[in-house]
Write a protein that binds this ligand. Structure first.
Ligand SMILES: [Zn+2]
Length: 277
C-alpha cells in the first residue's frame, strides 16, 4: 500500500520549465553544484544540478556562470533539481576580457541581492539579459552598468527623486545641489547641508542621471563624460542601491578595479564622496 502510494507520489513530481540566467554557483559533494538561477517565470530560485561536474554530464556546458538557459526543474520541498538544461545564449564575449566578466559578476550579484526568492520580475530579467548582451560586445561599461543600476531601482520601486527637492518639494534649479541618501533624492541649494552623508552633484551629473531615469541612455553614451561626473553618477546610484539592499555592494569595488583599459582612470579605486562614514 505504502509502496504504491510512494510510486504515485514520484510520478506526481511537479516539473516546471523556465528560462534562466545563472547568477551564482558553488560545488556540492563530488560532482554536483548548487546554482542560484534568476528565472523569467519563477524569479530567483536555488537549484541542484546533479552530476554536472562529471565530464559526460548531459547538463555540462548548459549551466555556466551568466549563461541564459532553458531549464526543466523538478520542484523540491527545499531545493529544486535541474532535470534538463538547454543553453540559449552563452554571452561568449564576457569571457574574452576580465573587465567584462567582472561587470557581469557585479550585475549578477546586484540582481541576487536586490531580489527576493520566488518573486518573478520579468522586466528585470529582460533587463539583465539585455545588459549581459551589451557587456559581452559593447564598448563602454560605464553606461551599460549605470543604466542597469537605474533601471533596477525603477523596476523595484526605488527610483531617485531628480526633479523636485525631496525636503522642501521645490523644483530643482541649477546651483550647489547634493544627493541625500536618507531622502532618496537631490536636495535644492537651500536644503543642502541639512542631512547626513550628502553627495555633492554637478548640474551635468543631474542631467546624466535624468537621462538614465528616462532610459535615454544613448544620450549619456553619446556625450563625453568627465571623470568627476562619472564618479558623481556612480556614487548617487550606489547610495540608492545600498538603501535598497540595506548594505554595501562589495563586488562593485572589484568590478571598478577591473575597469576597461580605454577608460584608464588614474585612481579607479578612489573612495566615492559620501560613501564612507
Ligand atoms: Zn529644498
Amino acid at each position: 500500500m505504502s509502496q504504491i502510494a510512494g510510486a504515485f507520489e514520484d510520478r506526481r513530481i511537479r516539473l516546471v520549465r523556465a528560462e534562466a540566467i545563472v547568477l551564482r554557483r558553488r560545488d556540492l559533494g563530488e560532482a554536483d553544484r548548487i546554482l542560484t538561477l534568476f528565472t523569467r517565470e519563477l524569479g530567483k530560485v536555488r537549484v541542484v544540478a546533479k552530476g554536472v561536474r562529471r565530464p559526460l554530464s548531459r547538463l555540462g556546458g548548459h549551466l555556466d556562470l551568466f549563461a541564459r538557459t532553458q531549464v526543466l526543474l523538478a520542484r523540491g520541498r527545499e531545493l529544486d533539481v535541474v532535470t534538463q538544461a538547454q543553453l540559449l545564449e552563452s554571452f561568449l564575449g564576457l569571457r574574452h576580457e576580465p573587465w567584462r566578466a567582472g561587470w557581469a559578476g557585479y550585475l549578477a550579484d546586484l540582481t541576487d541581492r536586490a531580489t527576493a526568492d520566488a518573486d518573478p520580475q520579468p522586466a528585470l530579467y529582460d533587463l539583465l539579459v539585455e545588459s549581459l548582451r551589451m557587456l559581452a560586445t559593447g564598448a563602454d561599461s560605464f553606461v551599460i552598468v549605470r543604466r542597469f543600476e537605474m533601471r533596477l531601482l525603477v523596476l523595484l520601486g526605488y527610483q531617485p527623486e531628480l526633479s523636485n527637492c525631496p525636503r522642501c518639494s521645490k523644483r530643482l534649479r541649477p546651483g550647489s545641489l547634493a544627493y541625500a541618501p536618507e531622502q532618496g533624492g537631490i536636495l535644492c541649494a537651500e536644503c543642502v547641508g541639512s542631512t547626513a552623508n550628502e553627495i555633492p552633484v554637478s548640474v551635468g551629473a543631474v542631467k546624466a542621471l535624468r537621462f538614465l531615469l528616462a532610459d535615454q541612455w544613448h544620450e549619456v553614451a553619446s556625450r563625453p563624460l568627465s571623470h568627476s561626473l562619472r564618479i558623481q553618477v556612480e556614487a548617487v546610484l550606489r547610495a540608492a542601491l545600498e538603501a535598497l539592499i540595506g548594505g554595501p555592494l562589495p563586488s562593485a569595488t572589484v568590478a571598478t578595479i577591473l575597469q576597461q583599459p580605454e577608460e584608464n582612470h588614474e585612481q579607479p579605486a578612489t573612495p566615492l564622496p559620501g560613501t564612507s562614514s
